[in-house]
Design a protein around this ligand. Structure first.
Ligand code: OGA
Ligand code: MN
Length: 278
């Protein structure tokens, strides 16, 4: 049995025709994991998963993790297994956190667990304007660097902080204590056990070990510009019921701005990471 799929762009993105009845099938899961490794972003058009089905898909691909429970001080009801990513009034996730998704990032880099392997996002309510999600392959971007550029960044380590990721939204002092202290250092180039290599960058990247602030921010900005060039990116224009799974270890993502009153509602689950950045 083999899933049908179309390649969206040579470096990133595939549209996969998954029948929801196949979610629990181990062979299907195996093929999805292979497609995810190769194409980084998998789109399941209009699959219209229930929360239960989304959790089953999440578990089939490696098991769920709740990143929010790693953050001390968050209330229990804010750490539901299926996150509602929305700017709607009274939403459980903090508004600042959601506004932070407007900027290129990887999920879960500042908490003390291996970065999530993948993120699963389902469209429940679309914004009339904006709200497309963009993905950039940090794997393709690293592979395409010139050898001297790879040599220049080999062995470097980057401090990732929540304060850096919210830099565009608020002064660092305005951040609550639980978040202000969230930080984690990672190698700039992640070499996986299977040999895959990618850049570990994005809005949480704050400083490079042993470099001045100016030098490290300039290098991080240059690598980000390189990574988000059109050849390495895919923009998803959501339709109702679409589900997208992306390899969080090999891609950055961001959402195009949408209004607070847009009604946009996405349901998100997270697949646990197995490997620390090394
Ligand atoms: C997130 C995220 C993107 C989107 O929830 O971590 O980046 O399109 N969401 O809402
Ligand atoms: Mn995200």
């Amino acid at each position: 049995m083999s899933l049908k799929y179309d390649i969206l762009k040579p470096e990133i993105g595939a549209r996969v025709y998954l029948d929801r009845a196949g979610i629990g099938n181990p062979q299907v899961a195996q093929q999805l994991l292979e497609l995810l490794e190769t194409h980084t972003v998998l789109v399941f058009p209009g699959i219209d998963l229930s929360d239960g089905e989304q959790l089953a898909l999440t578990d089939a691909l490696g098991g769920r993790i709740n990143i929010a429970t790693r953050i001390a001080g968050l209330e229990r009801e804010k750490t539901a297994e299926v996150y509602q990513v929305t700017l709607n009034e009274g939403a459980a996730i903090e508004k600042e956190y959601v506004l932070g998704t407007f900027f290129w990032h990887m999920d879960g880099l500042t908490v003390d667990v291996p970065p999530p392997k993948a993120t699963v996002l389902s469209a429940r309510h679309l914004a009339p304007k904006g709200g497309q999600t963009e993905f950039a392959s940090t794997k393709a971007a690293y592979a395409a660097l010139a050898e001297d550029e790879k040599a220049e960044i080999a062995g470097l380590r980057v401090l990732h902080t929540v304060t850096a990721s919210l830099r565009e939204l608020m002064p660092p002092g305005a951040l609550d204590a639980a978040r202000r202290t969230l930080r984690h250092e990672h190698p700039l180039v992640w070499t996986r056990a299977n040999g895959t290599q990618s850049l570990v960058i994005g809005s949480t990247a704050d400083l490079i070990n042993g470099k001045s602030q100016a030098e490290s921010r300039a290098l991080l900005a240059r690598l980000l510009d390189w990574t988000v060039q059109p050849a390495f990116t895919y923009r998803h224009n959501w339709s109702h019921g679409d589900c997208v799974v992306w390899d969080n270890t090999s891609a950055l993502h961001r959402v195009l701005p949408y209004a607070v009153d847009s009604g946009r509602m996405m349901h998100r689950t997270t697949i646990a990471g197995l490997e620390s950045v090394a």
